[in-house]
Write a protein that binds this ligand. Sequence first.
Ligand code: NAP
Length: 365
Amino acid sequence: MVNTFFSQYPPTPGAVIEPGQVDLGPLAGRTVAVIGYGTMGRAMALNLHRSGVDVVVGARPQSPRRALAAKEGLRVLDPGAAVAAGDPVMLLLPDEVMAAVFKAVVKPHLQAGAAVGFAHGFGVAFAGIDPGPDHPCFLAAPKGQGDMLLAAHKAGGGVPGLLAVQPEDSAATWDLAAAYAKAVGCLAGGGFVTTFADECISDQFGEQAVLCGGVIELLKTAFEVMVEAGYGRENAYFECVHELKLITDLVHAHGIDGMRRRISGTAAYGGLTRGPRIIGPEVAQRMRKILSEIESGAFAGEFLTRHDDPRRGVRALAADEAAGPLAVAGRELQQRLRSFRTDAGARLDDPESPAGPVPDESDDP
Ligand SMILES: NC(=O)c1ccc[n+]([C@@H]2O[C@H](COP(=O)([O-])OP(=O)(O)OC[C@H]3O[C@@H](n4cnc5c(N)ncnc54)[C@H](OP(=O)(O)O)[C@@H]3O)[C@@H](O)[C@H]2O)c1
């Protein structure tokens, strides 16, 4: 039986599949092949297993993760054999090698009509993976890191997910994608309809402009400005880096306005008036440029070709950063703080917390 999650197919981007609408029926009697047992492969394979879905893991003969997967109760085969045993086949490999592995190992072993799944849109949107018209594709992209997905599912929860399918009007593929997302725990709070390209672009833009790029450079610059002005490295680290977690936890739990209501008036006033002086229109202009590089595929091309081995290239860049003053100060302080559970038991969603009032137009003078 085909579910009708949407009033029309293809569904409108942003439409939501609610977890309560979804059952695991589309996975009944099927074996899911999880190719790759890294951070995301392990999380998804173990969550599928916990959900009662038959799973086979595909791992290279020399991979140390074969033994880990077997120890964790999963059946493990060589990648080609696992592909041949599975429908759907989930590709949970590093994005930079996925297209080559798909061509050499996955495509030749796919069962007739087998669906191919992804946790990120990069392979399909920018690396040229096209399983062909006989193989429906779906994307179940958890909005959380792999270990977090594993832990959340184990605790009975999950994370939200972004979902896409190809062809976009295939109700049966939407059913399969939704069932898969539910089984791995990435339907908590909803499965949001998107496309492979939109998921990939928005994910990379968030990483580059904010999470792993913009914010990190902001931290480095603020730390260096304080140290250069003669303030202690520890002060600079605590104020400009360490406390970021507190603020992001508050934003995560309560949104921007809720965060403002839970910090001091000095902090709120200073942030509201000085923040826009730090991040002005010129930053928005640079963000637009970065977005256009992602959209055009220029970033993907650079990532895949700039170094013979993209992984080694990333490691070299990260090694330079790890030798910088912020990273050195961070390692020293973390060593000291590690033996103390500095956020033990912290609850940032406490309903009794005396947060300030919701800003209201009636507050205006
Ligand atoms: N990490 C996350 O939290 C996260 C979050 C959202 C989405 N994703 C997506 O999930 C996918 C997997 O990412 P990941 O971070 O889990 O990758 P990862 O931790 O780097 O894991 C890679 C796995 O792929 C295997 N592998 C590498 N090269 C291979 C090859 N040539 N042939 C066969 N197997 C190979 C590795 O096996 P060996 O043991 O043999 O090296 C390892 O088991 C990506 O599409 C990523 O964008 C990840």
